[in-house]
Design a protein around this ligand. Structure first.
Ligand code: FES
Length: 150
């Protein structure tokens, strides 16, 4: 498992309690000139949540924030969740709610970073992206409902 731990005095921290099961993910970011220099996480959750945060923090290191959140809102969320899911492979329906928590924690962390820097435009963008993650938490539920005909 890579990137487990905290960063001292990080530029951004995002903490999420997964709305489906309550598992907690915390992302810590070291950011310089808009580039993610380092990313770490702590998780109090299932193996998929831990693997999601590990994969994601590894993939975003060295990336520009502006590039990570560029594109149409839905595209950005789908691309970031996809960064995790392409690595983890096929997940069972009951685990589909795990990866999006990492993406939401990431959005919260860069939101905090921008708030501290007084950057209002990216903050309002991020506040639009965060609710879109909600759909991803429901995916497993929808699959289960389809299977039971509810
Ligand atoms: Fe809820 Fe994985 S985050 S079981």
């Amino acid at each position: 498992m890579q990137n487990v731990g905290e960063i001292d005095l990080p530029e951004g921290i995002g903490t999420i309690s997964n709305p489906v099961c309550g598992d907690i993910t915390e992302i810590y970011l070291r950011i310089k000139d808009g580039i993610i220099q380092d990313a770490k996480f702590k998780s109090y959750g299932c193996a998929v949540t831990i693997a999601s945060a590990s994969v994601f923090t590894e993939k975003i290191k060295g990336k520009e924030i502006s590039g990570l959140i560029s594109g149409r809102d839905e595209e950005v969320v789908s691309r970031l969740v996809g960064l995790i899911e392409t690595e983890l492979g096929m997940l069972p329906a009951e685990k589909l709610h795990c990866p999006p928590a990492t993406v939401q924690a990431f959005f919260e962390a860069i939101c905090q970073y921008n708030e501290k820097a007084g950057e209002t435009q990216p903050v309002s963008r991020l506040k639009k992206l965060i609710p879109l993650v909600a759909d991803y938490y429901k995916r497993g539920k929808r699959d289960e409902d389809d299977a039971t005909g509810t």
